[in-house]
Design a protein around this ligand. Sequence first.
Ligand code: PEP
Ligand code: MN
Length: 373
Amino acid sequence: MMKIESINQWNVHASRPLIMAGPCSAETEEQLYETTKAIKAQGVSLIRAGVWKPRTRPGSFEGIGQQALQWIQDIKKELNVQFAVEVANAMHVEEALHYGIDVLWVGARSTVSPFIVQEIADALKGCDVPVLVKNPINPDLALWIGAFERLAQAGLTKLGAIHRGFSTYQKTRFRNVPMWQLPIELKRQMPELPIICDPSHITGKRDMVAEISQVAMDLNFDGLIIETHRDPENAWSDASQQITPAVLGELIKNLQIRNPSSLDIEYITHLEDLRTQIDHADREMMEIISSRMDMVAQIGEWKKKNNVAAFQLDRWNEVFDSRKSWGESLNLRKKFVVELFNLLHVESIHKQTEVMDNAESENETESGLKINK
Ligand code: PEP
Ligand code: MN
């Protein structure tokens, strides 16, 4: 079992939700100082800053490096704030710790590489610093969990996840699609692990940052990491997604913070009531699916008797179209109805081919459609 300490034990200046804010990159000493001072004035004193920047293509700004760590050390003293920095190899870890960085994070491009994560974990052996791990750029939960396991094996206990969305080649309104089911599944598998949302890298657009921050609060995330810059338009990296410290202050003020749970008796009884109704609805739904499968089996028998193939394209198109419009009138999203009926269709074909094959010779080869066997 992995030992994971709650955020309260992390020795960071933060309460729930944990808010971290700061520029994508440390650019100049003045930019970092002024941005930090303005963020602190909004009540946030855990500052993020990229010191080494992983860039997709060479030639863009790749971070200031060690010199920025010196600025951070000075600003920490001067403004009484704490800093979080991304590390991507053993040398980064050594330097960041040497300059007294309070929190480290592993970037999305590093989480995909077990070699890099292991190198970072080895360099951190025996340290007590909080380490946050961003999700890998591809939606692979095992890779994300593997990173926590490597860090835990190195003795780290102040661990947290950062959900920054997943890369996609499709055009969407997000820079990195959130796929909320992944961080939720991570929480299910590792309930002790705090999860922080990074709405800046999910959206890629400053106008959408507040909206996604609120979604994260509604889903009971433990905190937010928000790219904030005193002059976002002229930032040296990720200019389109950074917000000003004043906008950050507004965003925090407007956040609706939900309780993880409530002990209120009225709340509990009503919730129990609704959950019982859902249990009944699910039971009925499964009974209906089961009788639908019986009908499918009967059709299978009938088709077999008349030597007709299990799959008829026209009928399938008709089913699909009618269900989509039924769904619409029932207020069900089209995408959901399509996925649901695809699943039912695959299972129905499976059922029919089973019925049609069964009566035939036992040695018959399996039909390619029996994919779920
Ligand atoms: C960052 O936080 O600036 C960053 C590089 O993010 P990510 O690793 O999520 O791409
Ligand atoms: Mn960035």
